[in-house]
Design a protein around this ligand. Structure first.
Ligand SMILES: [Zn+2]
Length: 609
């Protein structure tokens, strides 16, 4: 409770900086943006500026209008005092140069009677050297709005946009430079435009083309590059599987003819399509790698006593890279190491510089990092991969569960701290996280991950408190306890109930999780939600809590349908059939993030019997 009030007062700092009682700006050299209900400066970018710079001007104009009621004029010739956007003669005259800036970085600096927001921007129709996009000025504009106006984008849509009101808006003297912690930052999310927009404002993407200055492709690609027809005509290329009764789509990576055919197929794909910086050479999903006599020699046990086929796969990747590189020396090959290949090889080996190793630690999926054995090794594994991989990315489903029946999930701040500090420490260049699209409960998790992808060493606890306060106002403390209950229950389940080794279903909301985690929590969650609703005065905060509660009504309905809860039982969120039908048919409130949509299409819970 106390923490939240302290935070509330901290959040007021930007408001105080620009309150109506400030001395005249000229004394301090501040730039007055809006005073006495009128615009006091303009927005400027050069004619021909990239689309992302023009969007920066639109966003600043829109947010300042909503914050103050005044609309700044936009010019394509400099008219100080001004907010000057992007690389231009006026910025260079003020000493702001983009030449030395890294991709996606920006500088915000006050100079004379203007503020310059200048970042590294890719020209329209072009990409960065590494196949991505750089929108430094736009990101600078979002950082400017956060710092000077106090805006936050905590969820998609109007309900997720927090814009404090200002009678007078002033830019204090500032000189800030920022660059992202990772060159590729993707949250895998359902992708309506409003979600992409939310992600962009938080400087991450929802798909590769949006996600940063680097283009990463390490998806499962064997089925495409070695299609069924080719495999059928060369049965001797098939992997020798330990499970011959199961269909197997893998080939032996030590069969020279198979590797040559694969390499030819990948080279031709690069020949046909010159645009992608990186193409994947990664195995199809599943773990049935070859156990022929030649492959078996290199199969070892990982530190948890499970089979590791990493060496065979890395030798294959090296062969492919060395064969493709002479034809396409400026391209990269995406190389997934996942499942049976996620543990680094015991011995050092040199990996080709054209390989981009994408480390996807399946053992950690579904909060596996809560298990001590995995947790203790995380740093060392990242370090070992970094030691041999010239280019290293990371892809995880750590916080994600296949949420059935609208079972709510919580952020795991303790794991986020460990995860991002470790990734940054060991030179990882790209981060992709699968997350939940149900914004009724997934807001804090998605926001925290987005913020950490931009600034890996950000203060997770402070950010989390900020989100709760902004989203739920006076109800933030009670809602924080709701999330803490879920997080604690998952941690205990992972540490005490679940078998250590990864197995199918670890990231499913299955029967055991419903029984061990959710059923006993529901009445307590209900009480806390009621407490939050009773405390909250802010209408929009009330709407956000209601979104969470609505989701719980869907969940309770599912628990009943699947017979975890008796027809006459009420764990707090029960509705009669008639009430439920009316509720389920009601439309999404205008301006709210896409949440009800995901509630309605949630997968059913597994039946109790
Ligand atoms: Zn083999």
């Amino acid at each position: 409770m106390k923490a939240i009030y302290i935070l509330t007062s901290l959040l007021l700092v930007p408001l105080l900086l620009v309150s109506a009682d400030e001395p005249p700006a000229s004394v301090t050299g501040d730039l007055v943006v809006v005073a006495k209900g009128s615009p006091a400066c303009s927005l400027y970018y050069e004619p021909g500026a990239p689309k992302s710079v023009r969007l920066a001007a639109d966003e600043i104009q829109r947010v300042i209008r909503l914050a103050t009621g005044s609309s700044l004029p936009v010019f394509t010739e400099p008219r100080p005092p001004m907010i000057c956007l992007g690389d231009c003669a006026a910025a260079r005259a003020a000493g702001v140069a983009v030449e030395a800036m890294a991709d996606e970085s920006f500088q915000i600096v006050t100079h004379g009677h203007s503020v310059f927001i200048v970042g590294k921007d890719t020209t329209d129709g072009r990409t960065t050297r590494r196949g991505g996009l750089s929108k430094g000025t736009l990101f600078g504009a979002y950082a400017f709005l956060e710092r000077v106006v106090g805006v936050r984008w905590i969820m998609p849509g109007e309900l997720g946009e927090i814009i404090p009101h200002h009678d007078r808006l002033v830019v204090p003297p500032m000189n800030i430079m920022e660059a992202p912690s990772f060159a590729f930052r993707q949250l895998e999310l359902g992708d309506p435009p409003v979600v992409r927009q939310w992600a962009l404002r938080n400087r991450v993407g929802t798909q590769p083309g949006d996600a940063g200055a680097l283009w990463v492709d390490a998806n499962h690609s064997w089925n495409e590059l070695m299609p069924q027809a080719i495999r059928d005509s060369h049965p001797d290329w098939a992997a020798v599987s330990l499970y011959p009764e199961k269909p197997n789509y893998k080939f032996c990576t030590r069969n020279a003819d198979a590797v040559a055919a694969f390499t030819k197929s990948l080279t031709q794909k690069f020949d046909r399509d010159h645009s992608p910086f990186m193409m994947s050479a990664s195995p199809s999903d599943g773990q049935s790698f070859c156990h022929c006599d030649r492959c078996k020699v290199h199969i070892t046990l990982n530190s948890h006593g499970k089979e590791s086929t990493t060496r065979n796969l890395l030798d294959f990747y090296n062969e492919v890279a060395r064969a493709v590189a002479p034809f396409h020396p400026d391209r990269m090959i995406g190389a997934l190491v996942y499942g049976a290949n996620e543990y680094p090889p015991a011995e050092m080996l040199e990996l080709d510089k054209h390989l981009f190793i994408e480390w996807a630690p399946l053992d950690l999926y579904g909060l596996g990092l809560y298990k001590k054995g995995y947790r203790d090794q995380f740093d060392q594994l990242a370090q070992s991969w970094h030691r041999i991989a010239p280019n290293l990315g990371y892809s995880n489903y750590l916080h994600w569960h296949r949420s059935r029946g609208c079972a709510p999930l919580a952020p795991a701040p303790e794991l986020m701290k460990l995860e991002f500090a470790t990734l940054k420490k060991h030179g990882i260049q790209s981060v992709r996280e699968a997350v939940e699209s149900n914004w009724a409960y997934a807001g804090p998790n998605n926001w925290l991950l987005a913020r950490l992808m931009w600034t890996a060493n950000a203060d997770v606890d402070a950010l989390y408190r900020e989100w709760l306060t902004l989203a739920y106002a006076e109800g933030g403390d009670a809602m924080g306890r709701v999330y803490a209950l879920i997080d604690t229950a998952f941690r205990e389940f992972k540490q005490q109930e679940e078998q250590f080794h990864y197995a199918t279903g670890r990231y499913d909301i299955d029967k055991l999780k419903i029984q061990k985690i959710y059923l006993s929590l529901l009445p307590r969650i209900h009480t806390l939600c009621q407490e939050a609703l009773a405390k909250v005065n802010d209408q929009r905060a009330k709407q956000r809590i209601s979104l969470f509660v609505d989701n719980m009504k869907f969940f309770h309905r599912e628990l009943r349908r699947a017979r975890y809860v008796r027809a006459d039982e009420d764990l707090g969120f029960a509705l009669s059939d008639e009430e439920f039908e009316r509720f389920a048919a009601s439309p999404e409130a205008p301006g709210s993030p896409p949440a009800k949509y995901f509630m309605r299409r949630a997968e059913p819970l597994p039946p109790f019997e």
